[in-house]
Write a protein that binds this ligand. Sequence first.
Ligand SMILES: CCCCCCCC/C=C\CCCCCCC/C=C/C(=O)SCCNC(=O)CCNC(=O)[C@H](O)C(C)(C)COP(=O)(O)OP(=O)(O)OC[C@H]1O[C@@H](n2cnc3c(N)ncnc32)[C@H](O)[C@@H]1OP(=O)(O)O
Ligand code: FAD
Length: 627
Amino acid sequence: MDEQKVLSIKGLLDDTPEEYLSHKEKYENSIRKSVLFYKTLHSTEDENMSVDEKTKLNFRNIVTSAIFKDNSPFMLHNSMFIPTIMGQGTDEQREYWMKRAKNMEIIGTYAQTELGHGTFIRGLETQATYDPDTEEFVLHSPVLSSYKWWPGGLAHTANYCIVMARLYIKGKSHGIHPFMVQIRDEETHMPLPGIKLGEIGAKLGFNTVNNGFLGFENHRISRDRMLMKNAQVLKDGTFVAGSNSKLTYGTMVYVRVLIVSNMANMLAKAVTIALRYSAIRRQSQPKPDEPEPQILDYVTQQHKLFIAIASSHAFYMNAMWLWEIYYSVSLQLASGKLDNLPELHALACCLKPLSTIDATAMIEKCRLACGGHGYMLSANLAQTYGLATAAYTYEGENTVLLLQAARSLVKAWVGHVKGRPLKGTMAYLAGDSTVKAWDGSIDGIIQSFKVVAIRKISSVVKILQDYEKSGLSPEDAWNKASVFLTAASEAHGRAVLLSVYKSEMDKRAAVLSPPLRKVLLQLVDLYVTYWALEKVGDMLLYASITDKDVDELQRRYIELLAAIRPNAVGLVDAFDFRDEILNSTLGAYDGRAYERLMEEAMKSPLNAEPVNQTFHKYLKPFMRGKL
Ligand SMILES: CCCCCCCC/C=C\CCCCCCC/C=C/C(=O)SCCNC(=O)CCNC(=O)[C@H](O)C(C)(C)COP(=O)(O)OP(=O)(O)OC[C@H]1O[C@@H](n2cnc3c(N)ncnc32)[C@H](O)[C@@H]1OP(=O)(O)O
Ligand SMILES: Cc1cc2nc3c(=O)[nH]c(=O)nc-3n(C[C@H](O)[C@H](O)[C@H](O)COP(=O)(O)OP(=O)(O)OC[C@H]3O[C@@H](n4cnc5c(N)ncnc54)[C@H](O)[C@@H]3O)c2cc1C
């Protein structure tokens, strides 16, 4: 990614901090910058790109979107509108729409969630009724709850959008399908007739993404606006179903994979800020005859921050591994081979939740590790948290996705018990389900996490079966057991995260210099040891760990923190974020945090004058008893 080129764009960086702009000004400023950015670095994914190039592009989009401190109103254009055209359009539709979308002749978004439904896609109420007489679809929002609600860029930015709507033909519902809908006039940008648009209001974050609402009043579109790669409606209204109704959910799988790499990037940003600040901040005097130490020398500070470095590496390695699987399954789907789609879906339903749960918690921990200055918006930690925590919810709320993964794990386990072979990332479920004696090596601990997953999956299946034997319906049994179903999915996800991180690092270790290999493998060791201590209950229950082993693990963990300390600043410098991307008074490379805090403070509009006009208008009369 040519950051120099991006950062050389005049006007891209803010003179007035966004914090002091109004809600409306923030949006307008973000549009201004997005246009500048795209004009200079306009690039989108090309279907002929190699896996590596595609992944770099996704990373590039993620990194560049960081410039905005919040996300761009163009975000959905890149991350969902274009991927949906690519994944759901016929060759002809792709040919036409990809050209317009890539050239930014049109700006799109992805409108699926409604005021009344987000998780339950099969409950979406927006109607697309086929009229064979005119060969058109009539889009209609029958009730308020059917209004599209949330899509990024929908309010004032996009002039087209993918609408996920329920298809009706001759009164019969044929499920949810994607429709390309023009929502604003390309010249005037006015909403088209029968279309109501607006903004949903201020949020915890994402305040420049222009999330909006969309309602239809019998709005007509031509038949060729249904994206018909996976299912078709013929002129006479004949419906031709796709090979798998879930193929229309394909964009969500893509974004879930993208989110894992995005979490690696977000966490890397936050720990760079917090760790650099911890290297310059001195506080307290544990040794009376010595100067105040860097707070980075407090082991508790190392405990808060070093796991974030290792986790960012772990998410990155898992994301690159998952991208390979995504692209190979996508190629298989293109040739009609569907049998690896369930595994990809299950993996994305584990890794998206775990990476967002961990990243959100660790970004907040990075903020908390910076004391009062971490609470300043100019530190850019709160905003980073706001962006990350949104990913807990969007693209499939985490609980819901973990339950989806549990569906696959339960099916795999029941099949295994009946003698059906297990494959891919679930093959280990056929392995040994006991740990005779604790093995504290990295591979031994990873094996213990696999045993924990096996035991949690097998025990929750037993709970389900007992409930069903007692007369409960499968649905009620499932709901009753759902807390432990999500726990089983989390255990599987942990086992995958750990084993992929280790194996991907091992692959790379061979080409690393010995000093670099040593440091990176220390991070793997730290990650595995940290999680063994975090999940010590599971280790006691299922992995034969003794109190002596725990004591040994704790000492190893402390030694690892000490071993990593000398390289800690180098490890975050290696993320190679430029100051403009970090956008943080605390994280700048030169370490001049106090000067930057003061510089940013002086940009507050309140500091433009020594006495604010409210003194004469309110305070003085009030203090003189005259109000
Ligand atoms: C200028 C700079 C610009 C920079 C631009 C780029 C910046 C990029 C930065 C960051 C990257 C990320 C940013 C993305 C931003 C996104 C914003 C948010 C968008 C959204 O949120 S879009 C809406 C997302 N909504 C959801 O995800 C809804 C979640 N719900 C569901 O997915 C489904 O309802 C469900 C899966 C929970 C249930 O579906 P359903 O009821 O139909 O199915 P079930 O009965 O449960 O299962 C049946 C069966 O189907 C299988 N199944 C389900 N889903 C899938 C799937 N997706 N693929 C394959 N198979 C699937 C399921 O396993 C069952 O199988 P079995 O019967 O068990 O065999
Ligand atoms: C910042 C942001 C950006 C977004 N951008 C877009 C966008 O561009 N396009 C778009 O279409 N959507 C977008 N969304 C919407 C997002 O996809 C939905 O918010 C998400 O799918 C969750 O749906 P919901 O909000 O309706 O919550 P609900 O589905 O109502 O869920 C609410 C809560 O109920 C519980 N719950 C729900 N279902 C189950 C279940 N089956 N089992 C157990 N518990 C359950 C969970 O605790 C869940 O958190 C965005 C959301 C956010 C926050």
